[in-house]
Design a protein around this ligand. Structure first.
Ligand code: 5GP
Length: 181
């Protein structure tokens, strides 16, 4: 099994690029079917979701859409701070729009819970969430369960494919899980 070392921790390869491509295709097919007659606005949550978003939007079939970016921060190291900070605020008008938030991973759901409330307060017609990864066992906010999920996992810390460890390793093409022992 392929392993890497990062900041004294060992990570093993969990999702290879071929599996990630299948997951992205499946999510894109569902969104394409659901939004064929709409013109959704994708809101990509930076920094982590940029890799997934780039693959996802190019895998959509016949969806006329717009893409914008928002940057928030709630994590440092391996645990959440519980505080959501808007580093790059929403720059697009979401009033009367069908919004799809693109996330890398939903963990406690705090980020999505707050972002959904924010979009609704700005007048979005609908707000759905597409997340590459979802940790159902960690969810604390029921409304944050993603509508479109690439892959589920338990509560392990993962890196790669956009997901960082204190800013590094986002460029790994596979997704790696931390070894706990
Ligand atoms: P939540 O608000 O759902 O607790 O956390 C969402 C954010 O926390 C994600 O966008 C991501 O930046 C970060 N996060 C949660 N779990 C992990 C993880 O296992 N690995 C990494 N690298 N980031 C994570």
């Amino acid at each position: 099994m392929k392993t890497i070392q990062e900041q004294g921790y060992t990570f093993h390869e969990w999702l290879k690029p071929e599996q990630i491509a299948k997951d992205v295709k499946q999510v894109a097919a569902r969104i394409s079917a659901d939004y064929a007659d709409k013109e959704p606005l994708f809101v990509v949550v930076l920094n982590g979701a940029f890799v997934f978003a780039a693959d996802l939007i190019r895998a959509l079939k016949d969806v006329r859409c717009e893409i914008t970016f928002i940057r928030v921060s709630s994590y440092w190291g391996m645990s959440t701070t519980g505080q959501l900070e808007f580093i790059v605020p929403l720059q697009q008008v979401v009033d009367n729009r069908d919004v799809i938030i693109i996330e890398d991973i939903v963990d406690s759901g705090l980020t999505i819970h707050q972002l959904k409330a924010h979009m609704r307060a700005q007048g979005a017609t609908s707000v759905r969430v597409a997340s590459m990864l979802f940790k159902p066992g960690k969810l604390e906010y029921e409304d944050a369960k993603p509508d479109y999920i690439g892959h589920e996992l338990t509560d392990e810390f993962v890196i790669g494919y956009g997901l960082d460890f204190d800013g590094f390793v986002r460029n790994l093409p596979s997704i790696y899980k931390v070894d706990n022992e």
